[in-house]
Design a protein around this ligand. Sequence first.
Ligand code: ZN
Length: 261
Amino acid sequence: MRVLVDAHVHLTDGEYEGMEDIIADMLRRMGIIAVSVSMDIETGRKNLTLAEKHNDVIIPFVGLHPWCVNEKGDGSDYNERLENICSFIHSNIERIKGIGEIGLDRAIVKDEDEFKAQVKVFEKMLSIAERYDKPVSIHSRRAVDDVINILGSYRLKVLLHWFSGSKKQLAMANDKGYYVSYGPVLVYSKEKQVLLSNTTRDLILIETDGPVRYGSCFSNRMAVPSFLVSVAYAVANTLGIDYNSTTSMLLENSMRYLYDA
Ligand SMILES: [Zn+2]
């Protein structure tokens, strides 16, 4: 059976609660391997447990998401959260396959101080990834230039997930050898199809980013593994290559991103 890799999905999100075994069974039946990313220490912990139970189909990443840096109200400031996740990563490094979801998001910051906090956390996560030679899964909403600038100081295998930069930013990322991933939006968005056509083929990955809900033909339904097949098919159509060659290319890219030194 042909194997596809969902390069970025949140299997420990509350929306999937109670469905984890069904999702794992779907992955198995459809020949999909899921890279399950975390948001914080709680989802990181859940993720390692889930991936151990289904280690044939789930690859766990752990990291501190920019959305979890600026959030207030849990009594702990981000420095404490950062220290906690770093020690969690150090003590579980053998079980963790990559660092993510990490990154920057200018759309949610209220001031420059909040952005600086995101940068501090992001840099720390990158240095851990570099130290342990782990791939990273990066969120870069409205911050692609900032992310690319910061990444210049590290030697890492990088995925810019849900790539939504310009063609120029895409070229910069591809020049540096960074992977970019496309999700279900590719099925119905001309703009994404144009970006995909401009992407270096060796650097294309696909994802669902579940449990995100998608419009158009997906009728606002929550992403499940089967969506990935539609994304692979959209890649084949957009690039004008047959489905089997497309899935082989995507699998090779995924393995290089995840496992090559
Ligand atoms: Zn995500």
